[in-house]
Structures are given as structure tokens and as C-alpha cells.
Design a protein around this ligand. Structure first.
Ligand code: OTD
Ligand code: ZN
Ligand code: ZN
Length: 345
């Protein structure tokens, strides 16, 4: 096969940032993706309906001319989130999901939830109206080893919440372990998972062996190879519980390359080429569309996109090593393997 036409994809987990950075990275997503779930971890975070409306408008006005891209907005759940505000935002279609960060789990998550009893009423309301909860699934307990934080989260936090609030629809985001894959696979219709591009490609050796590679450092941190394989298996299986959320998270090189560097991989630019390579290697190119374009809308109860994109296989495809922003260069994720599939313009 050397040509593949897919329904136009969506990105079910994306960081667009704000200001100059947003204007620089937005075209990297709108080029190929019709919609994206836009993460609310700005500084300060997007916590009210009004914040979300204003952020959406800033994104829309930065959109390249002619692009039909639709940002799907989220609210950042805090212990102060008001049911009324959240329901009003959901009623008018302003928000597509709510995001739960355990306080301190990842970049800009300080306002996240510490005491889960404080958000119970909000979660109950979300279950009632079918508004999905996107979850950063890591515990933040310093006693728990960073490589075990996802598995511990399932047992200590996620499963108890789901038992407590039946009908709550949850997306476990950027899963990195076979534990999460197994949990989601056996979890019924109310749970799904996003998988990033980079976690399908790297394991923890890529970050740490033979020198430290800050551009591969992200959260949740990549795990051992057996987990990466479980992710590839899940993504390429066609199982409707798994779909693409790139978690493309731009930081300038200056912010990444320092004694305490920021977490995040920037994959918006080359994600589709990388995914095609991964799916081809798994003998599953015929299931790429389910992962990028069908399973996500099905879980979110949204229509699939009208348009299509076509991928073509040829000689090696190259991408810029970095994109320029007013704040400095942002390095594009290096998959460390030759790419052959390009998205036809
Ligand atoms: N992970 N970086 C960021 C967010 C994600 O956990 C995430 O969703 C970020 O920079 O916003 C990262 O490594
Ligand atoms: Zn996260
Ligand atoms: Zn993220």
C-alpha cells in the first residue's frame, strides 16, 4: 500500500498555550486536524465558562485564514469549580470536557484537586449530563516512584471515583502502562483512553541511556519497553476505547534545556507521519483511521469529520528540527527512525 485516505483526524488532547506561542504552534495542528480538545493548563488556568469563551476566541482569531479548525474547550477542575457555571458552559456547547489534574501532577497543575470529596458534586452533575472527564492519571504522592504513579492512580483514585459516581464518563489520558491499557480495556463503555504519538515510539531508555535527552522528557514519563508495546498493541488493535491524543506540549528549547527542564514533547508537526510508520510496522495501516478519526468522536458522541486527508508513501520525509516562535525555537519531536508517509497537501 502506498496511499491511504482517512477521515480528517482529530487530536483529543492538545496544548496550544497562549499569546505568541499559541500563534506559532496553532498552524502545526490546523494543517491536518479538524478539531482538538484544548487543554486548560494556562497560567492562570481556564477555570470558568468565561475563561473558556475568551480563550476559544483568542484561538479562533489566531487560526490560519480559511482553516475550519474547531477548538473543543475544556475547564480545569478545581476544588472551587461551581456546578452552575460548569452546567451553563456545557449547555451552550462551550465546553466539551472537564479536566482533572491531581494537584502537582504535571506542568501548571498547582490549582488541581487535592481533596476529591470537594469535587464530588461537580462529578455527579457531569455524570448526569454525560459531560466527559479527562484525567491526568498519576498520583502525586512523593512516596510513590515516578514510574509507578499511573498504576497507583488507577487503584487509589480512578477506580474509587468511578465506583462512587456510576455513569461518569472518563478519558484516561496519555496512558503509558499496560496496567492502564488493561484497566481501560476491561472497564466498560464509560471509560476510554488517549495515547500520545511519542509514547508509541519511545521507552525510558530513549530518555536516559547514553546521555540525558531532555526533548524526550514528558509526563507521564515514558516507561519500559514492555509497556510501550502494550500501547502499540492497544492503539493498533482497532479497539474503540483507544484514540489519539497527541499531548503535543510546546516548550522553548531554553525552557527544556536547563538544570530543571520542562516536561513535554512537541509532536503536532509530524504526528501523522509517525503514526503511519508505527501502524505500518504493526501491519495495521487499515486501523489507523479508527485511532485518529473514528474512535474519538464515537466516545465523545460527536460526528466524525466530513473531509479526508491522504497519506502517501515515498522516499524519506523530513520535517524541520524546530519551529520558530517569538519566544525562541521549539524542537519538534524526533522519532529516531526514518519516516516515509507524508500528508498530501
Ligand atoms: N505532559 N507536559 C505538559 C502537559 C502534559 O501531562 C500532560 O498532559 C505541558 O507542558 O503542559 C507534559 O509533559
Ligand atoms: Zn497530563
Ligand atoms: Zn497534556
Amino acid at each position: 500500500m502506498d496511499r491511504l485516505t482517512l477521515r480528517r483526524p482529530d487530536d483529543w488532547h492538545l496544548h496550544l498555550r497562549d499569546g505568541a506561542m499559541m500563534r506559532a504552534v496553532l498552524p502545526e495542528t490546523t494543517r491536518h486536524f479538524a478539531r482538538a480538545i484544548v487543554m486548560p493548563n494556562l497560567v492562570p488556568p481556564v477555570v470558568t465558562g468565561r475563561d473558556a469563551a475568551e480563550y476559544r476566541d483568542r484561538i479562533l482569531s489566531a487560526k490560519p485564514k480559511g482553516s475550519k479548525f474547531r477548538p473543543l474547550m475544556t475547564l480545569y477542575l478545581t476544588e472551587e469549580t461551581e456546578v452552575r457555571d460548569l452546567r451553563a458552559a456545557a449547555d451552550i456547547g462551550l465546553i466539551t470536557a472537564v479536566k482533572l489534574y491531581p494537584a502537582g501532577a504535571t506542568t501548571n497543575s498547582a490549582s488541581g484537586v487535592r481533596d476529591f470529596t470537594k469535587v464530588r458534586r461537580v462529578l455527579e452533575n457531569m455524570a448526569q449530563i454525560g459531560l466527559p472527564l479527562c484525567v491526568h492519571g498519576e498520583v502525586t504522592d512523593p512516596e510513590i516512584d515516578i514510574f509507578d504513579r499511573e498504576a497507583a492512580f488507577i487503584e487509589r483514585v480512578l477506580d474509587p471515583i468511578r465506583r462512587d459516581i456510576p455513569g461518569l464518563r472518563v478519558i484516561m489520558e496519555h496512558v503509558t502502562t499496560s496496567d492502564a491499557v488493561d484497566y481501560v480495556r476491561s472497564g466498560g463503555d464509560d471509560i476510554a483512553a488517549t495515547i500520545t504519538t511519542h509514547h508509541l515510539v519511545i521507552n525510558r531508555n530513549h530518555i536516559l541511556a547514553g546521555g540525558i535527552r531532555p526533548h524526550y522528557y514528558c509526563l507521564p514519563v515514558a516507561k519500559r519497553e514492555s509497556h510501550r508495546r502494550a500501547l502499540v498493541q492497544a492503539a493498533t488493535s482497532g479497539d474503540a476505547s483507544f484514540f489519539l491524543g497527541t499531548d503535543s506540549a510546546p516548550h522553548t528549547d531554553a525552557a527544556k534545556l536547563q538544570a530543571c527542564g520542562c516536561a513535554g514533547c512537541f509532536t503536532a508537526t509530524n504526528t501523522l507521519s509517525i503514526l503511519a510508520e508505527v501502524f505500518e510496522a504493526a501491519g495495521a495501516l487499515d486501523r489507523l483511521e479508527a485511532f485518529t478519526s473514528l474512535n474519538g468522536p464515537a466516545f465523545y458522541r460527536l460526528p466524525v469529520n466530513d473531509g479526508t486527508i491522504t497519506l502517501e508513501r515515498g522516499d524519506s520525509v523530513t520535517y524541520p528540527a524546530a519551529i520558530d516562535t517569538e519566544d525562541g525555537p521549539v524542537t519538534v519531536f524526533d522519532p529516531g527512525m526514518p519516516l516515509h508517509w507524508r500528508v498530501r497537501d
